[in-house]
Design a binder for this molecule. Structure first.
Ligand code: NAP
Length: 325
């Protein structure tokens, strides 16, 4: 079978499409015939050796996939050969087949196609966990989403609206803000042109925002945290800007605010039943038309490196997907 391989840490242009042996699923794994694989920011990090996981070489990047169960290990009970599924893989999805632990695999709703399914689990799973279990977001609260046109950001905009929040979307260009507006954002802030903190104060009558969803970090974190409301919750989701910010904790004291870490992959592994319940809710919202995953570009497998680069160069909106078959 064919797979896109990373043989040494380096830029995406070094990835190579090669023939490799088909993996053998273990007792608690399935063999997935991959139809499509979603691209996520961690793919830009894992090939450079900058992610928290460093798989042995050669490995294929690609943290999530959709496809059909081609074989199932003897201990797998909730899936069978032929099932349409989506899988959280961590890496390995830019390949025609992959062996995946069955607890990371969910059946796809009938109405969902393979491209959408490949783009769904990481972003919606992360943002649902962040807003539900971590922030306990309430209807009527104000939610700020940074990087609001990106993968996890756009999912947070949609989920925030579905939960009844007033959503302020912040992004770096008018085009990116249009994307967030189409996803339902109530207010828009272009942080390339305006001061984020001042705009947040203005839009909240000086009160600040109840929940901050931050997948970007860096200077935006520094500004946003100074516009958090009393009893606010600051969700630490990621550092796409490249800088892990630091917080003067007197700000947390003065606002009675909480800084809350979000690590969806670990949550899904440690609390699989809660994660499954989240996905039941997400699939319900999807079937009701409240979630409309945006796949802005589809690349063939041999161009997986370009797909990863589009995120690294801050060009992607919504999700980009690699079509494998
Ligand atoms: N905690 C978790 O469980 C979890 C799960 C999945 C992902 N993440 C993290 O969440 C972050 C976003 O992931 P994603 O897949 O949604 O990425 P993405 O689609 O590329 O979105 C990232 C957004 O960050 C903004 N950004 C600001 N500076 C950037 C820079 N120097 N390079 C690239 N983007 C920059 C961009 O928006 P503007 O141009 O509008 O600023 C972009 O839309 C990553 O740090 C990722 O590791 C965390």
């Amino acid at each position: 079978m064919k797979a896109v391989l990373c043989k040494a840490f380096g830029p995406a242009e070094n990835l190579a499409l090669e023939d490799v042996p088909t993996p053998e699923p273990k007792k608690n794994e399935i063999l997935l015939s991959v139809h499509a694989a979603g691209v996520n920011f961690p793919d830009t990090l894992i090939i450079e050796g900058k992610y928290q996981f460093k798989p042995p070489f050669p490995f294929s990047p690609g943290g999530e996939a959709s496809g059909v169960v081609a074989a199932a290990g003897e201990k797998v009970s909730h899936l069978k050969v032929g099932d349409r599924v989506m899988a959280l893989t961590g890496w390995g999805s830019f390949a025609e087949q992959i062996a995946v632990a069955s607890y990371n695999v969910l059946p796809i709703p009938e109405a969902m196609d393979f491209i959408t399914a490949a783009a769904f689990s990481m972003t919606y799973g992360t943002s649902m966990h962040a807003l539900k279990q971590r922030a306990n977001l309430q209807a009527g609260e104000t939610l700020l989403v940074l990087g609001a046109s990106g993968g996890v950001g756009l999912a947070a905009v949609e989920i925030g609206k579905a939960m009844g929040a007033r959503v302020i979307a912040a992004a770096s260009s008018a085009e990116k803000l249009d994307v967030a507006k189409n996803a339902g954002a109530d207010e828009l802030i272009n942080y390339s042109e305006t001061n984020l903190k001042d705009e947040l104060k203005r839009l909240t009558n000086g009160n600040g925002v109840d929940v901050i969803y931050d997948p970007v970090g860096g200077d935006l974190f520094d500004q946003a945290v100074r516009a958090i409301a009393w009893n606010g919750r600051l969700l630490v989701v990621g550092f796409a800007s490249g800088r892990i910010p630091e917080l003067p904790v007197n700000l947390a004291l003065l606002k009675g605010a909480s800084v809350i870490g979000v690590f969806w992959g670990s949550f899904a592994q440690r609390q699989p039943q809660d994660n499954a319940a989240n996905f039941q809710q997400l699939f319900k919202w999807y079937s009701e038309g409240k979630l409309k995953p945006l796949v802005s570009k589809i690349y063939p497998l041999e161009q997986a490196g370009e797909a990863i680069d589009s995120l690294g160069q801050r060009k992607a909106v919504g999700k980009v997907v690699v079509k494998v078959r």
